[in-house]
Ligand binder design. Structure first.
Ligand code: GRF
Length: 218
């Protein structure tokens, strides 16, 4: 099987991108990073692309000009021919035109147990609601924000005394590992979007896969 051609869109730190590059370098993921795109020229995550020799582009409101960011991002991606596009902390809402161009080939990672807490401020909202459990999701992107079929999730308990900082610190390593495990499924061409569902090995699932540090749960 040939390597998975992956494009990654970021806006910030890019710790998830970094962890995928590390997994590739360690021989755990057969990924060909075809491009990293940031909408922010100062995104620290761009350094991960530069250091790893991955082609990168800044496509912002000002660089895109008249054509518009969605058009330029879409055209850039189309010329790179990725098998999969990963939105990894990409803090821009994509229009339906761009999403539809890559339907079934675009995924997003979101720091909540979707469908809970779509959008921003997920950690704070969960803490304020008194939730006992938190987590992260990886889902296919559809035209509705954070609403596409959820591929997989990981969970962790919220402890008394947790604040946003504590929760971020405990979730982040799990989120990195969840993403690597999901990416391994894509590398093996085992995941597809099937309408409102996710199909694994050709079987549509009613619920997202659940991952813990012990592995995939039955
Ligand atoms: C992650 O928590 C992801 O779920 C969210 O943005 C964060 C990106 O972090 N969408 P990083 O830029 O990879 O460090």
């Amino acid at each position: 099987m040939r390597p998975l051609r992956l494009a990654v869109l970021i806006s910030g730190t890019g710790s998830n991108l970094r962890s995928l590059i590390d997994a590739r370098d360690a021989g755990r993921l057969d990924i060909d990073f075809v491009r990293v795109i940031s909408n922010r020229p100062t995104a620290p995550g761009l350094d991960h692309a530069r250091n790893a020799g991955i082609p990168w582009s800044v496509i912002s409101k000002s660089t895109a000009g008249e054509a518009g960011q969605d058009q330029v991002v879409g055209d850039t991606l189309a010329s790179d021919q990725p098998d999969l596009v990963l939105l990894s902390g990409y803090m821009r809402i994509l229009g339906a035109g761009l999403v539809n161009r890559f339907e079934g080939r675009m995924i997003n990672q979101h720091p909540s147990l979707l469908p809970k807490y779509k959008g921003l401020d997920t950690y704070r909202r969960a803490l304020e609601a008194g939730d006992r459990e938190y987590g992260a999701s990886v889902h296919f992107v559809t035209a509705q924000l954070d609403d596409g079929p959820v591929i997989a999730q990981t969970r962790l308990p919220i402890e008394s005394g947790d604040d946003t900082t504590a929760l971020v610190a405990r979730l982040q390593p799990l989120e990195h590992r969840l993403l690597e495990e999901v990416m391994a499924l894509f590398v093996q061409r085992r995941v597809a979007m099937a309408g409102r569902h996710v199909a694994i090995d050709g079987q549509a699932r009613a619920t997202p896969l659940q991952w813990t540090p012990e592995g995939w749960q039955a």
